[in-house]
Design a protein. Sequence first.
Length: 208
Amino acid sequence: MNSLLICAVILQTVVLLAFGAILLGLARQIGVLHERVAPMGAMTNDHGPEVGESAPTMSIQTIQGSLTQIGGPSTDNKSRLLLFVSPSCPVCKKLLPIAKSFAKGERLTVTLVGDGSQQDQIQMIEENRLETMTYVNSPQVGMAFHVGKLPYAILIDADGVIRAKGLVNNREHLESLVVAEETGFGSIQSYLKAKGYVSDSHSHADAH
């Protein structure tokens, strides 16, 4: 009886030690995975003017009837955020109130850019109370920046240089563009590449 009890205790001890070793291994793998997880920001592609290049310069008439400057040095020494939206884009409509409050809280100018029916754009402005925001309805802007998917945002600094760009789905994505000048990374891909998590071939493959 005593020998059986001793064997049971030894077997239980071995099982517990093995279980502890497994847990230790899992904890280590979780720690490695945590280190490799990059802060999720706006996703971008390799098309159009790149981060660090001067933005295309153009003077476009807004829906409100005034002229606004896209690119080039800003007259108020503020950075400008171009947010490309559409009345037929559900995610865009979700972002509109965020962009509105974002423009009030950040020290930059937000310009909404659409491309489509003027009446649809005006209706979206009225439904979301965007009358105080600069709104441009022109395919020229999207073509100049090679914007293919929405919602898309581009951050241009006061000197007219593109500092960040990418697809945005929430407030965190917009904020990631604003802090791009501080971090030096204009997109999540540039962060991953700098950390060695993504090679050039992978980043080009993802863009296509």
